[in-house]
Design a protein around this ligand. Sequence first.
Ligand code: FEO
Length: 620
Amino acid sequence: MHCIKNVTKDLIWVGANDRRLAMFEGVYSVPDGVSYNSYLLKDEKTVLFDTVDKAVKQRFMENLTYALGSKKLDYIIVQHMEPDHSAALSDLIALYPKMKVVCNAKTLNFIKQFHDFDIDSKVIIVKENDTLNTGKHTLNFIMAPMVHWPEVMVTYDSTDKILFSADAFGCFGALNGSLFADEVDFNKDYMDEARRYYANIVGKYGQQADALLNKAAAVEIEIICPLHGFVWRKNINDIVSKYALWSNYSPEEHGVLIAYASVYGNTENAAEILSCKLRDKDIKTVMFDVSVTPASDIISAAFKFSHLVFASTTYNAGIFVSMEALINDLVSHNIQNRTVAIIENGSWAATAEGLIRDKFAKCKNIKIIETGVSLKSSLKKEQAAELDSMADAIFKTFPEFITKPGIKEENKKQAKSSIDVKTMFKLSYGLFIVTAKDGKKDNGCIVNTVSQVTEKPLTISLTVNKANFTHDMIVKTKEFNVSILSESTPFSVFEKFGFISGKNTDKFAGVNYTGVAANGIRYLSKYTNGVISAKVNKTVDCGTHTLFIADISEAFILSDEKSVTYQYYFDNIKPKPKVSKEQKKGFVCKICSYIYEGDVLPGDFICPLCKHGAADFERL
Ligand code: FEO
């Protein structure tokens, strides 16, 4: 019996789930199963996007033939030739002999390697930006090499604004009756599996994943259809913003992953004591016994946290086997931008520390903390201070907003006295990062409208788009800081605070240049020439935005550097949009370079990336 689901009126999910598979790709445990997604587009022509794994082929064939009804299959688009998505290809060729196979040149070779049918008479080779019209729908092909194999391409249906994303945005876990991510609590129940999927399957190819994200940013996407896991039709930025971090090897959270290999429990004991010492300093820690926890879980956690501690016994004059395998895996997954500390143990000739250090020398931007600990069999009282030193050394590498969260009440009372009115001279028609704090959650966004309103009392006004999470935080807490950006601000800061939603992402992860103002809210201590803290006393609803009028509680100057003006940003910081021949018609967002394709830009159009309105677009 078929089991299908509609994605849209024209698009049907015809995939299937496997909950019996123990190890995906023979390597990754999938305790909650896995889905193999295949999608059927029923237009004047019928088009299938990929097939499924052989384990679920029978269910898939039932689904497909039922969904097709009396129609034949006209096209299959092979986006990814890995057998978990192409096992049914030969069966379809036999069933629909007139069907055309749409793929790129690399895929063609792979089809010949994996299958034996006569592909040459059926193939339509496509390349970057080629299109296929199926009646109402136009399918645009976008190459995505190495996300996760070299032949991978994705397809953008510009009619319904659907991105068929192949392995990108996929997730482990079978679909249990829900097809859409918004039907489950994805952030709570599935984000860890999405990270584990990304880190292990695509993690090595961050640069290529980032290239795909940049291509995807140039089109308007309403639905994402990956080959595994849920379809995204709401809150797409929840997953896209995670990919922006993961593909750049930016940690999501400041915290310490402690992985240990311990034969008789003594190395474990040292690791536990270190964890306690870090927790005593309010530093988040997670611990894994590498002989017990599968490597894929630890690799996933390594993509999440900023600091990694490896505690290993010495074994056969080398690193303990399971620890060595984990570190080899991490290195081959291209782990970067992390701070690492090492504890070694050796009863007669400890070697693990040096060998681990050598392995990470191959990785980019791995800072190894020099204060290591070398145990001889077990930790003795007289060596406990060395773990204190290591905890201190790790603690010192955390940014100030973690190590000095909040400030004392008496400082808050003095805040009024620390207003340097000259900070107001830094305000221009420029760009600013507005930050807010709600409980433990810090967030910030880019705004371009901050100005002084009155001198006595000293007030400023600020407008914030309602679509920004920071907006809601200010509405709730009535307090915010303004970091006045200077001309040295790199584009990456605008990307980080302007193009990613803070709803489910820590925008400050990896940002080591922040301070905490008297109101307990963070500000940027670099790329900023002045900081203003303010308390809202009036709000004005301006439709898409809220205008906040606020009393200044603190203001100070950080540097003499010039404030960045809007003009300076456009002329010197914002990359010029790259417009391909195929994108001649359309509009480009002057703020973030997002491209809207079409002859007419709707007056109420809001940039999906930076949330600016149609007024900030110009014709290509
Ligand atoms: Fe599920 Fe790279 O394939």
